[in-house]
Design a protein around this ligand. Structure first.
Ligand code: SF4
Length: 279
């Protein structure tokens, strides 16, 4: 279960009885978290979230799946990372904010080749990779390292693995990932329903079949890109441009290129030093 954690203390005993593992969405320290996660009336939710998180990371640690943090480059990256570490999460997932070519990422104007998201993540990567002991797993970094070393990805945010997820809405509609809603209204709809259609029918839809084709479904610019096998063109929703749909590089392309290149350089240096016995 993924939750904002505000009501966790009331539900932890029940979730424990049911064996439900829990991920909590939190964006850093109080200041970072309160930028986007306030109560409807404007009050801070941070205290309530951290009360639940402390319980989860101590008495109910066996249920703790990890933390999910939406990146806001206005928040200092190491402050965010260290605020998350205080809960000793087994894993942290950093998410790029939803954006596409008609709605560019916050903090970067259209046409700019600045890489504020890579710069932000690289500060955390260097802190994480350089720690004397691994403090947590950071999914985006481990996925990129795994891909650089020849593996396949298990995340739709990166790599060329086929999409393997459909969403069952509460009315029984079968939809694609709901993050596609950030592209345009109705983007995830398939027209299928659990009462009428076997789940496998989703695989026959052009929009889902296109996401099983790996490299051959990428935009020309991505196919020519030296890091395309690792990047995979970025998250599908981030490729959307009105007029050409999803056949584009990710709007985060410059950030992904820089982040992947940096991790590749660090990994190469580190593995070479180990091989030479100088690490
Ligand atoms: S870095 Fe940019 S061009 Fe290269 S594969 Fe990723 S999105 Fe495509």
């Amino acid at each position: 279960m993924q939750t904002n954690g505000v009501r966790l203390p009331s539900y932890l005993a029940l979730l424990d009885r049911l064996g439900v593992r829990i991920g909590v969405s939190i964006d850093g320290d109080a200041e970072a978290n309160d930028r986007h996660r306030r109560y409807r009336r404007g009050g801070s939710s941070y205290e309530a979230v951290t009360t639940g998180l402390r319980l989860l990371s101590s008495h109910y640690r066996h249920l703790f799946g990890g933390l999910l943090c939406a990146i806001d480059v206005a928040n200092p990256p190491l402050t965010v990372y260290e605020a998350l570490l205080q809960f000793e999460p087994p894993a942290i997932d950093f998410l790029l904010p939803h954006a596409n070519w008609s709605e560019p990422p916050p903090g970067r104007g259209p046409g700019s080749d600045a890489t504020p998201y890579a710069d932000w993540l690289i500060e955390i990567f260097d802190r994480w990779y350089g720690a004397p002991q691994q403090e947590t797993s950071v999914r985006l970094f481990t996925e990129i390292m795994h891909l650089l070393l020849g593996g396949t990805s298990s995340s739709e945010a990166i790599g060329l693995s086929p999409v393997t997820v459909v969403v069952i809405e509460t009315d029984g509609s079968i939809e694609q990932s709901d993050m596609l809603k950030s592209a345009y209204s109705g983007a995830p709809q398939t027209g299928l329903h659990v009462a009428a259609d076997p789940l496998d029918t989703a695989l026959t839809l052009p929009s889902i079949a296109a996401r099983q084709l790996g490299e051959s479904a990428l935009a020309d610019e991505c196919r020519r890109c030296p890091v395309h096998r690792v990047c995979g063109g970025g998250l599908y929703a981030h490729r959307y441009r009105p007029g050409s749909g999803f056949a584009n590089p990710s709007v985060y392309g410059p950030d992904l290129h820089r982040l992947i290149s940096h991790i590749s350089d660090v990994l190469t240096t580190s593995l070479t030093a180990r091989a030479n016995g100088t690490a």
